[in-house]
Design a protein around this ligand. Sequence first.
Ligand SMILES: C[S@@+](CC[C@H](N)C(=O)[O-])C[C@H]1O[C@@H](n2cnc3c(N)ncnc32)[C@H](O)[C@@H]1O
Length: 385
Amino acid sequence: MGSVPAPTAEARIASLAQEIDAIYKEVANDERSRKELFNVIQGAMGKVETPMDTIWRMIIGVLTDLVAAGKAKTAKQLAESTGASETLIVRMMRPLTALGIFREVGVSTYESAPISQLLTAPPLIGGYQFMFDLATRSLANMPRFLEKTGFQHVDGPPGPFQDSNATDDLMFPYLMKHPAMMTNFNAFMAGSLETREDWFRKFDAQSIVLDGARADDPDAVLLIDIAGGEGHDVQAFGRAFPDAPGKLVLQDLPPVIANIKQLDAKVVRQPHDMFDEQPFKGARAYYMRNIFHDWPNDRCVDIMKRIAAAMAPGYSKLLIFEWVLVPRDVPLYPALLDVNMMALLNGRERTEDEWRALLAAAGLKAIKFHTHGPAEEGLIEAELA
Ligand SMILES: C[S@@+](CC[C@H](N)C(=O)[O-])C[C@H]1O[C@@H](n2cnc3c(N)ncnc32)[C@H](O)[C@@H]1O
């Protein structure tokens, strides 16, 4: 007789979820036990959350000074080195130590934990400065804004962002006028790379882009990363396929391209506004990550039409790496991201049907929706209709 195989992690997770459900039903009316259950679950979350999850949940200031010190410091010493009030530091450190972000090693004496070191890395600081300066303000203002509109759907400016910042500008033009915020935003985008998987590792780049790409013309363009920020994506693609034929191009707005500190020489940098005519005609792939969710439908169609006009029939592809929301039971992260897009950009995450409608309005059609389930971004492969 063979031994019974141990249940898989997936099966154990499913039975744990059932067990939590069952215990909750038992203790729902017993406040003390319910709180105990809550504390156990919250403690377990602290163990299984990735640092990035923690950042999203805990957008809060951290004391870089404490991390840089590399040793324990009292609130008094921190007050002396930072100029902040000692009482304020003590009060702000309480939630941070309760959450395990810093350790309290004596009364009002703190030292950093591994997570606090990670949280003070420059890309992450850029991230939560951006979140505080712009995202939080727009989100917090959203109920007031929606009340003013009689709770109408936000599908273009003015939206919560314009209302809370007293501006007519959409977020990206606004960032271009505020260089420090733009730098924070770009650091945030680059930092989010640490937890994201490259599209060409998740999906079969060989068959999607490389097979059939022109190798006869040294000027042929293999892939253009449109609105690719400071180029981290297209650079990673170039490094993964060093022998692929054709040029790699990065396009973004002039201040973003001018701000690039490091980028492989093989990536051609081109300042370009994606609402203008696309200068590179007949590229194999026009790739865009996390762009369309920044814009309302009519602007997305404008962007797509510019690309469609440059595409070669039967050869060029538009590749969109974004969320493809499932029709029901959307996981929490993309569901919240969608609301965030509404608050900040009058944008939205989209379902497959919504993507198809946008593409059709620009004279394009989807060849395939590549996905790995509802909790991960998908790749939409499209061509001229
Ligand atoms: C959400 S970020 C995504 C960046 C990059 N694709 C990524 O996934 O990391 C949006 C990008 O769109 C760029 N952008 C905004 N408006 C643009 C425009 N009109 N033309 C070109 N790029 C633009 C921004 O500068 C920014 O780099």
